[in-house]
Design a protein around this ligand. Sequence first.
Ligand code: GDG
Length: 735
Amino acid sequence: MSKTIIISNRLPLQISIDNEDLTVTPSIGGLATGMKSVHKSGESLWIGWSGLTEEEIDDNMKAKVHEASSKEGCVNVPLTAEDMEGYYYGFSNKTIWPLFHYFTEYAEYRNEYWEKYQEVNQKFANVVAEHIEPGDKVWVHDYQLLLLPKLIKERFPDVAIGFFLHIPFPSFEVFRIMPWRTELLEGMLGADLLGFHTYDYERHFFSSVRRLLGHEINFNEIVINNRIIRADIFPMGIDYDKFYNASISQQRKSVKDRTELHQQLDKHQLVNPEVRFILSIDRLDYTKGIRNRLYAFEHFLEKYPKYLGKATLIMLCVPSRQNVDQYQRMKSEIDELVGRINGNYSTVNWTPVWYFYRSMPFENLIDLYSSSDVALLTPIRDGMNLVAKEYVASQIDSKGVLILSEMTGAAKEMSEALLINPNNMDAIADAIDEALSMPDKEQIQRIETMQTRLKRYNIDKWASDFVSSLNETKQRQLHYTTKKLTKKIEKDILDKYQKANKRILFLDYDGTLVGFKDKPSQAKPTADVYQKLDKLAADPKNEVVLVSGRDKETFDKWFSGKNYTLITEHGAWAKEPNGEWVVAQTINTDWKKLLLPILEFYEDRTPGTFLEEKSYSYVWHYRKSDPELGIGRANELKDQLTSLIANHDLEILEGNKVIEVKNSGTNKGKAALRKIGSNSYDFVFGVGDDWTDEYLFKDLPETAVTLKVGGNNTIAKYSIDTYKDVLALLGKLTE
Ligand code: GDG
């Protein structure tokens, strides 16, 4: 039976050695917490690091680790202390983590980290290779493994690979700082489906792909080497019922069965019924805004002295990445800040901040969630923030207020929270006051709305949505591959060609016989193009027709005296070998002077673009412009032209990095049909690379062999990768 292979840096278990004995405990952290329920429910294998370096365990222990891991459906990737230093503490946490969270000043770019990151991603790929079987799906997680999708795809091209990024994908302006930016993007693009928490992360990713790799993006798809790659938004959910039910059962417990923490919280509230609890839970990380939170809480106490003695901030900080300098420094700063606030404000009966620097068992987490009146979560940047969702799910009486930083992914879905800018101390202080004085009715209304959403889009839905989207992407790819020109289809075409006595070949020019250049005038026919076309045209059984959007002057310059029919301006003009140019129909061009100023305006304010004038059309070229600006302006221009051409017999064509406005009624399909006329051919062939060639594919007879260059949506029968493959095929026809 096929399985899902989940791959993440850490296995969802923590294994430690105690006197030759192994202790296995669940890992803390968003990813582990979330995916655990997926792992349990299905047929799956989880590949990751166990938490013990190779140096820490002897062979005997290795066997035990192996056994303990496989009992949980896990496989350990053996990593050394040096691996961890370079790949995990180094590149992952000192380079990617700060950069992707916009802490550019913390990011270190060291070659030795990068080397290790590549090596370790390769180690993961090797372990995957040992366990992968035909039909398996792969789901790679997070920023530690950005290169892995490509490494797997290279070895197993047919395997469906999903990748999910749990942290933000930064804006292009930040991502471009990374010295190994193209390698990272290419690594990610080995996946067939890429998942992000929010639309912004997806859009930033696409923007970097477009600008750094130059790939076209259609809606949310990219086609690379005939493979469709899709990116989409999957805001990670939580195991809602687990939190909700745990809160209920915790409330129902008799006093003596409650945890010690719960009993202490109860006791405290009994003695100080006026004190309200404000809770925060996070890993001790500079992205989580813990310092800001303390400053804001201090400011709140100053600004609203009525809460002195009446509001306590319970702050649970889970130790994290203690080997990284910034984390150590931040830890001392936070210790100091807590000390200062408590020193300044504490009374015999009241301590403003209860600070726990440790991790707690799940039941205690529930105790904290359900006993707190307010959750105060102030990250400077956070991919999602599951704590916000867990807090809301744990409010079984629907009372409680969530104050949430607008810099978290969760804020995009939780608009009923009090959203704050984590750098605005005043706004946070006001939000705390608002939360503590919010009427029950409003609290209930807000919490219930969020609960309904969280219950519906829970972790299972998140995972199943991702997996079905991965399956769908795979299906779309298969559809494409069946169209791809295989050796077998190529042989059939060659056979058909050989047997035919009267053949006609319609060939588009740019992108089909030659590659694109910055300026159209530079894309001259190569010696190879002339040689292939001449050889084809020399066969008396053949008619060669070049059918292009180019102007007739250029084609005259390049092909006069040649034995081919030339069709230019999408069919407006035609010229038989040794004949004269003939216009297809009388065409009114009065519209040109009306549209010229508008087109010139776009040319002027979009650097790198230029306007080409043909007899019956204008073409605005934007290949050389800044890619994003170009696409943006192209959309703007299309919009504007659409409203203007309504009363004219005009149409807008969108070609490869060009927008063309031309008289309607002429297109490559109609031109081809005119050329075929009443002749009957036993081999009709059409090849082209862009949208304007779809007319050709559509109008050629059903029996025609139609070929599209590149893998985009097409009605052509087959697709072929590049113009070089077209030339190779034309060569084979005449061999
Ligand atoms: C990354 C992204 C994204 C915390 N302390 C204890 C404990 N936890 C659990 C919480 C929660 C998880 O850890 C923390 O998740 P977050 O989402 O808040 O943050 P990260 O660890 O930074 O996770 C983040 C996430 O991935 C998922 O995509 O949301 O943006 O940075 O589940 O409950 N659990 C226990 N004891 C603790 O002391 N048992």
